[in-house]
Ligand binder design. Structure first.
Ligand code: NAP
Length: 298
């Protein structure tokens, strides 16, 4: 029987701890933790993600500040907003909801974010700290995956791990985090040859390619752990229904694996939870509060 790594359940358990932590420390800090979210334009998926973040913040007691800017806003105006938020004492964390319109230089904006408020862990200073294996803000999806593995005592040290994808958002930071935990990591991408054979060597296989059902049982070693980061909305053949799926063809893979993440309810909820953890971590540092949440940081 393979084990389902239930991200939804774990995220609720962590949220409860976060809620208690804020309730216990709010008096000393004299204010709740604050998270600013900057959204640019009308991308509908971004609208849903921002709403979900807002709801998650209110569940645990974080105050969220949403800045929804017009599609035609210019680079300078966003830079100015980021600068103001960098100096705003009510804000512990800040993120730019991606994607943003193509005419705007996303990386330049991210580099403007104060590294100690960079709760997405995408600023080059935090990436540098990750490369050097020093403490710093870690990006949320990879950090969520590490917590999911930890929650079931799935060790990384000494394991052969294959990550499909090398994006700045997921593949690269995740590979580095796993390397820092002493995994033997292979990072693969769209030019990797014989991907199925490379993946079949993995004790832990993590798919973050953004390609629906790319990984079937021919990619998977018997008894491996398979983590599915991908999330896709596919229309049914009669176009009446939308089905969610990941990068892994789960029904084919489950009989072969020791553990797997479902889609939905696996990696996705953990990503939002880690955003809350990072915001509270920054609040904790700003007010010198007790550090009882440190075991959630990879
Ligand atoms: P991305 O920026 O598009 O990067 C995809 C990566 O996969 C690239 O490195 C690409 O290689 C590689 N790739 C694409 N096709 C491949 C193939 N056929 N074989 C091997 N490698 C392939 O995507 P992303 O932002 O990392 O996100 C990946 C997926 O995760 C998406 O489905 C996204 O929606 C999902 N996601 C989910 C969460 C969550 O919370 N659940 C969070 C973030 C992302 P090249 O570098 O060679 O182009």
């Amino acid at each position: 029987m393979s084990l389902k790594l239930d991200g939804k359940k774990l995220s609720l358990e962590i949220e409860e701890k976060l809620n208690n932590y804020i309730a216990k420390n709010k008096k000393m800090a004299k204010r709740a933790p604050g998270l600013a979210v900057i959204r640019v334009g009308e991308d509908p998926a971004s609208g849903v993600y921002v709403k979900n973040k807002e709801k998650a913040c209110s569940r645990v007691g974080i105050k969220s500040f949403i800045f929804h800017l017009k599609e035609n806003v210019d680079q300078k105006e966003i830079e100015q907003l980021i600068n103001e938020l960098n100096f705003n004492d009510d804000i512990d964390g800040m993120l730019l909801q991606l994607p943003i319109p193509k005419k705007i230089d996303e990386q330049r904006l991210i580099s403007y974010i104060n590294p100690s408020k960079d709760v997405d862990g995408l600023n080059e200073k935090n990436i540098g700290k990750l490369v050097k294996n020093e403490p710093g803000m870690r990006s949320c999806t990879p950090a969520g995956i590490i917590n999911l593995l930890r929650s079931q005592k799935i060790t990384v040290e000494g394991k052969k791990i294959v990550v499909i994808g090398r994006s700045l958002l997921v593949g690269k930071p995740l590979s580095l985090m796993l390397l820092n935990l002493n995994g033997t990591v292979t990072m693969t991408h769209s030019k990797t040859q014989y991907l199925d054979k490379v993946c079949k060597e993995a004790d832990i296989l993590i798919a973050a390619a953004g390609k629906p059902n790319l990984v079937d049982s021919s990619y998977v070693k018997e008894g491996a752990v398979v983590i599915d980061v991908g999330i896709h909305r596919l229309k049914s053949s009669d176009n009446n229904k939308t089905n969610l799926c990941g990068d892994v063809l789960l029904e084919d893979v489950i009989p072969k694996v020791s553990a797997y993440t479902p889609v939905p309810g696996g990696v996705g909820p953990m990503t939002v939870t880690m955003l809350l953890v990072n915001t509270i971590y920054s609040w904790q540092k700003n007010f010198g509060l007790s550090s009882t949440l440190n075991d959630l940081l990879p």
